[in-house]
Ligand binder design. Sequence first.
Ligand code: F6R
Length: 244
Amino acid sequence: MRIVRAKDYEDMSRKAAAIIAAQVTLKPDCVLGLATGSTPIGTYKNLVAAYEAGDLDFSQVKTYNLDEYRGLPGDHDQSYRYFMNVNLFDHVNIDKANTHVPDGLMEDYEAACAEYDAAVAAAGHQDLQLLGIGNNGHIGFNEPCDSFIKGTHCVDLTESTIQANSRLFDSIDDVPRQAYTMGIGTIMGAKSILVVANGDAKAQAVHDMCYGPIVPSCPASILQLHPNVVVVADEAALALCPVE
Ligand code: F6R
């Protein structure tokens, strides 16, 4: 696991975008695994700016997002499909047909989740998977639990995640209680992984991800077993990590 120290959020966002931009430049038809949440917004802004400057071409890029709230349609302003459109897809020359977000309204979800994994595999797996990390160490919506769940699945969100995400909804009662998420196996199938983190609320989770025991009570700790992970985090998020 390589740790890149960023001065602050802006610096983290520039560095993370530079890594994604390098991937797209080196392999224009790459497969990107993408994340939502507050952390990557600045990264996406930098990618849009690079596209607008003529430095990036997304025309052949395929994307697979990590997760989606169960029960939210793609045009709901808190759905992750909507987030991706507004923060990235609407502003670059990506073919929307090449962008994939789990369908929050899927009916037979076990079959649909298996199809999502099959589609990621058929695309050749993610060349680069972007991840944020939850305050509780979750990646995607793989919440702390007593086993690592391999494939894309439906998950009950923990109170801590519902609380953390309620800032984006009118009231905490509006936060969906379930979500679909790529499983740990789907994430670990990526050829390379980029984790972004900022702020002191993430410090314990970032420490446990990088230096703690590899346990499903901190899902991000599994990333220690992946051969190609870069963590780009600001000073606050790295406050509990040794300076190497
Ligand atoms: C979002 C996702 C989540 C977030 C995590 C951190 O697609 O998979 O794991 O990355 O909850 O969220 P923020 O960035 O809002 O702190």
